[in-house]
Design a protein around this ligand. Sequence first.
Ligand code: MG
Length: 256
Amino acid sequence: MRIARFTTGDDPAYGLVDATGTKIAEITGDPLYTKIELTGTTHAVEDVRLLAPVIPRSKVIGIGRNYADHAAEMGNEAPAEPLMFLIPNTAVVGPGDPVVIPPLTSEVSYEGELAVVIGRLCKDVEPEEVSKVIFGYTCANDVTARDLQRGDGQWARAKGMDTFCPLGPWIETDLDPSRLSLVTRLDGEVVQDGTTADLVHGVAALVSYASRAFTLLPGDVILTGTPAGVGPVVAGQRVEVEIEDIGVLSNPFVAR
Ligand code: MG
């Protein structure tokens, strides 16, 4: 299933998006917590505003340097163990929402990534049990202020500023994440062209590893890292992250 969160002007609602990505069938509640039941109302996707498909209840966990080609382009080795960081949920925005570049930074980069959405409260999950705690997958842009990342020595400001974590366009719940093409476009030009087959630490390993440090809650999100090809994005440009069998996450960048 493809589960979207959307608004027609009223309170946010959830719905199931059809295979063509053009129709949305509204459901009664938040599918993370309630059984999926259709309300009987359907909309054309173009007539609604899609929202971030999930607002993480407690955290977005980022993973750094998890593709060898990206680690190399930044002058690093891929780490032997996953390199985790945290992004506050106030950084999350949805498809089409502007990423707002604040005056704090003059060097912002896009990072197209596969995002894992957790479905159950869990802790110390064995890798072979991870599929039981995953709700689904969506696209993410791990927007990064590269100058702050270098200058601060840790990544809280660089990756955690308001609007720096676009998620969407919806959550795909039936997906094998092991070999998905991941393409990022900057103003329509392909700038990242990778595959999740190249993840240094795969989804099961990442979720298990994160769960040894943190209790994971329904709606928590784990970003899995970005392939090579990161680069600058400035106000007035648009970044699209497209992942095979999920869809396209598209966001304009603006200056504050
Ligand atoms: Mg990243």
